[in-house]
Design a protein around this ligand. Structure first.
Ligand SMILES: [Zn+2]
Length: 304
C-alpha cells in the first residue's frame, strides 16, 4: 500500500498542498506495518506520512497517502484491542455529549461512524435514542461485539446511501475523522443524513494541545493511520463549510483506570512495573482518573 501514494490537497478547505508549510517529515518503516497499524488504541509506533500544515485552515495533513480503496482494505483487515479501554472512552464521550442534547423525549435515530465493537451504541440507547446504527470497517471488531449490539452494526466504510437522507437526529464520529481519506465528504454526507435541527458530534485529537506539542514526534497522534490532524480552528472550519450552525468546540477529559494511565507513562526501566504494582497493592489500579490528553469534542447543529 506504500507503493501507490496519492498527492493530496488540504482535505478540509481544498487549498493546494504547495501552499502548505512543512509540519513533520515522513517516518515510514514498511517492515513494521502490520494489521495492528490500522487499529485503534494500539501501542504507539511513531510512524507517519509527510505531514504539512494548511496555511488557510490550519489542518495538518498527509501530503501523500494511500488511495481510498487501499485504506479501506487496511481497515477491513485491521485487528482491534482493549475492550476495557473502549468502554471507558464510550463513557467519557456519552457524558460529554449528554450536555449538548435536548430533552430525552423523541431523540430518534442515531448513527455512529467508526463504531468499533459497538460499545458507544449502548450509551446512545441509554441516552434515549430509539434507533441506533454503527458502521465499522473491521470484521474483527464487529465479530467481537457483544451479542445484543451486533444487529446494530454494519460492516463497511461510511458511504452515501447508508441511511435515508434527513432521517438521523444524531451522527457521531469519534477518533475516526483522522483516519478517513475525505473528512470533508464525510461531514457533508453526515449533514445530508441529518434531519433539520439534528446534531453532529466529532471527537478528534488536538495537535495544538500542550501535551501533543510537548511530545512532538513521540506523541501518539503522530501515526501512519492519521491522514489529517485537527485543531479547534480546522474542526470549526470543517463543520462550518458543510453548513452546520451553533458550532461548539471544547476539550474533553478522558477517564481511564489509573493502571491504563500508568501503562502509557514514559517511565524508565523498572519504575513502571513498580508503579503499577504499588497502585494495585493500594487497590488504586481500577480507580478511574480523568485527564486532559488533548482531545476535542465538536458539536454542531444542522439548521432547523
Ligand atoms: Zn486547509
Amino acid at each position: 500500500m506504500l507503493d501507490r501514494l496519492q498527492n493530496r490537497d488540504c482535505p478540509v478547505c481544498g487549498a493546494p498542498e504547495g501552499r502548505a508549510r512543512p509540519f513533520l517529515s515522513a517516518s515510514l518503516d514498511p517492515a513494521r506495518i502490520g494489521a495492528l497499524s490500522f487499529a485503534s488504541r494500539k501501542a504507539p509506533e511513531y510512524m507517519s506520512f509527510r505531514l504539512v500544515r494548511c496555511q488557510t485552515c490550519e489542518t495538518v495533513f498527509a501530503a501523500e497517502a494511500p488511495e481510498a480503496e487501499a485504506l479501506a482494505a487496511a481497515y477491513r483487515e485491521a485487528g482491534y484491542d482493549s475492550a476495557e479501554e473502549a468502554r471507558y472512552a464510550a463513557c467519557t464521550y456519552a457524558r460529554a455529549l449528554a450536555r449538548h442534547l435536548g430533552p430525552a423525549q423523541g431523540r430518534g435515530a442515531a448513527l455512529e461512524i467508526g463504531a468499533g465493537t459497538g460499545i458507544f451504541l449502548d450509551e446512545l440507547l441509554a441516552l434515549g435514542f430509539s434507533e441506533v446504527v454503527g458502521i465499522e470497517p473491521s470484521h474483527e471488531a464487529v465479530a467481537a461485539a457483544p451479542a445484543p449490539l451486533r444487529p446494530h452494526l454494519r460492516v463497511g466504510v461510511f458511504e452515501p446511501g447508508l441511511c435515508r437522507p434527513g432521517s438521523q437526529s444524531l451522527v457521531c464520529c469519534f477518533q475516526t475523522l483522522e483516519h478517513v481519506p475525505d473528512p470533508r465528504g464525510l461531514t457533508r454526507e453526515a449533514y445530508a443524513l441529518l434531519r433539520p435541527g439534528g446534531l453532529i458530534a466529532f471527537v478528534t485529537h488536538d495537535y495544538r494541545a500542550p501535551v501533543n506539542r510537548l511530545l512532538g514526534r513521540r506523541s501518539p497522534i503522530v501515526d501512519i493511520e492519521h491522514m489529517q490532524l485537527f485543531c479547534r480552528a480546522s474542526l470549526h472550519r470543517l463543520l462550518g463549510e458543510a453548513g452546520f450552525e451553533e458550532i461548539r468546540i471544547g476539550t474533553i477529559r478522558n477517564r481511564y483506570p489509573l493502571r491504563y494511565w500508568l501503562r502509557l507513562l514514559p517511565l524508565p526501566g523498572p519504575l513502571k512495573p513498580a508503579a503499577l504494582a504499588a497502585a494495585e497493592a493500594l487497590g488504586l489500579g481500577r480507580r478511574s482518573v480523568g485527564l486532559n490528553v488533548g482531545n476535542l469534542l465538536g458539536v454542531a447543529r444542522k439548521p432547523g
